[in-house]
Ligand binder design. Structure first.
Ligand code: IPM
Ligand code: MN
Length: 352
């Protein structure tokens, strides 16, 4: 019997609603063609609602979202709202409250897609970053002392727990073992400076690796990883790292795989729900213009299918995405694709 999934949809701000609409269009066609069925429930969270009503993320919406099989997110971020409010109260709150402790960010260059790396192709750029998603600098600890005075002090605390590190590292080993590549896991850290945090990460990593004799491992400093991602991206299979470093290296990853028009990620609780998103942000200057590339949002939907266990639908959609970026789009950049947002969604649908 075909399954039916409850999907919470948070179109969000800027171009979020436009790209999410294309992802949903694609999922609906997959259902029509005999694939899994979806019951979508949309939530109008984001900057517009906050500016009108002062509401960010209510407890009742949060508890509804907790019950969903998965969540599709567009983008959160509004030019008229001070940075940090929407991010912390909506996006990060969802990550924390739903305990979405893994941020899974594949970095894969598809054939026909432009990469700024000279002499590198799809066979070289194919790795996955497993980013811890609920701790570190993102935990929000800290504060000011004497703010606004000449003596002021700002403290931003980084919180690292053994439990948080261990569950992330275990996920990364499992993921690496089941991924069809080199079965090589790299721990990305800064053990020479962050001597407490990465001492803990490294000890847990060394403990857990004993259980995975088929996975080879190494350790790299985050600054060196940035260099190697540009010079020799082929050396990576799976990288596991903390929240902040994962944030930074996955923007670098996005640009070498063709940019924010294609990069997608999943915020995952392996024992609960998961939330999938294009990692590009709300791009307010393109909002409402039918110019933004929806492929990243459609790729996020593809990751969701895979995560839900709908492997066949995920495979078919992945092939459709690859066809469109190889054969149809002139560029992945907004306004330069040769098609509008909706038309790109239609092209994907055409290959399903
Ligand atoms: C991301 C984003 C977020 C993050 C911001 C919007 C809070 O950059 O998902 O990578 O830093 O995690
Ligand atoms: Mn980021």
């Amino acid at each position: 019997m075909t399954k039916e999934y409850n999907i919470g949809v948070i179109p969000g701000d800027g171009t979020g609603p436009e790209v999410v609409a294309e992802a949903i269009k694609v999922l609906e066609v997959i259902s029509l063609k005999g694939g899994p069925k979806f019951r979508f429930t949309s939530y109008g969270l984001g900057g517009e609602r906050y500016l009108k009503t002062g509401e960010l993320l209510s407890d009742s919406i949060l508890s509804e979202l907790k019950e969903m099989d998965s969540i599709c997110l567009g983008a959160i971020g509004h030019p008229d709202v001070r940075p940090g409010i929407l991010e912390r109260e909506i996006l990060l709150r969802l990550r924390f409250e739903l305990d979405l402790y893994i941020n899974l960010r594949p970095v894969a260059l598809f054939p026909g897609v432009y990469t700024p790396l000279k002499d590198k192709g799809p066979e070289d750029i194919d790795f996955v970053v497993v980013r811890e998603n609920t701790e570190g600098l993102y935990a929000g600890g800290g504060g000011f002392l004497k703010r606004g005075s000449p003596d002021e002090v700002a403290i931003q605390e980084s919180i690292t727990t053994r439990k948080g590190v261990e569950r992330c590292i275990r996920f990364a080993f499992e993921y690496c073992l089941n991924r069809n590549k080199d079965k090589h896991l790299t721990l990305c850290g800064k053990i020479n400076v962050l001597t407490y945090e990465f001492d803990l990460w490294n000890r847990v990593f060394q403990e857990v690796l004993e259980e995975y004799p088929d996975v080879t491992t190494d350790y790299q400093h985050v600054d060196a990883i940035c260099m190697w991602m540009v010079k020799n991206p082929e050396m990576f299979d799976v990288i596991v790292t903390n929240n902040m470093f994962g944030d930074i290296i996955t923007d670098l990853g996005a640009i070498i795989q063709g940019g924010l028009g294609i990069a997608a990620g999943g915020n995952i609780n392996p024992h609960g729900t998961a939330m999938f998103e294009p990692i590009g942000g709300s791009a307010p200057k393109y909002a409402g213009l039918n110019k933004i590339n929806p492929i990243a949002a459609i790729s996020a939907a593809q990751m969701m299918l895979d995560y839900l266990g709908e492997k066949e639908a995920a495979r078919v959609l992945l092939n459709a995405i690859k066809k469109v970026v190889k054969d149809d789009l002139k560029s992945l950049e907004a306004g330069k694709m040769g098609y509008g947002t909706k038309e790109v969604g239609d092209l994907v649908v055409g290959y399903l």
